[in-house]
Design a protein around this ligand. Structure first.
Ligand code: FES
Length: 112
């Protein structure tokens, strides 16, 4: 079973699990500031669930590419919206600051 490392937790999940769902079900602080209340609940339109993901995940789908093409996100950054991401193998997740998680300061890492 794939393992997700996020905010100091190691979470096992079934392959192709939705990353956003796994993180929220395991108490990971996925959203920053007001995005905890104002977000699209995983529909894929807001972009506030953006995280950096290392390792085996599904390819970015059209919703992910479309939202990341709009500010403050960018297609040139390595942030993904995890509501559109499937876990395919062991992954490490890092969250950055900013309403959309688009900042440069790390909020939490895979280790905590
Ligand atoms: S929660 Fe809105 S795009 Fe992920």
């Amino acid at each position: 079973m794939p393992k997700v490392l996020a905010q100091g937790k190691t979470i096992e999940c079934v392959s192709k699990s939705n990353l956003r769902t796994i993180l929220l079900q395991n108490g990971i602080d996925l959203y920053n500031d007001g995005a905890k209340v104002i977000n699209c609940r995983g529909i894929g339109s807001c972009g506030t669930c953006a995280v950096k993901v290392e390792s085996e995940i599904s390819a970015a789908n059209w919703r992910d590419r479309a939202r990341r093409s709009l500010p403050p996100h960018s297609l040139t950054t390595n942030l993904l919206r995890n509501s559109q991401t499937q876990v395919l193998g062991d992954v490490k997740v890092t969250k950055f600051d900013g309403f959309w998680g688009q900042g440069s300061r790390i909020v939490w890492t895979p280790k905590g």
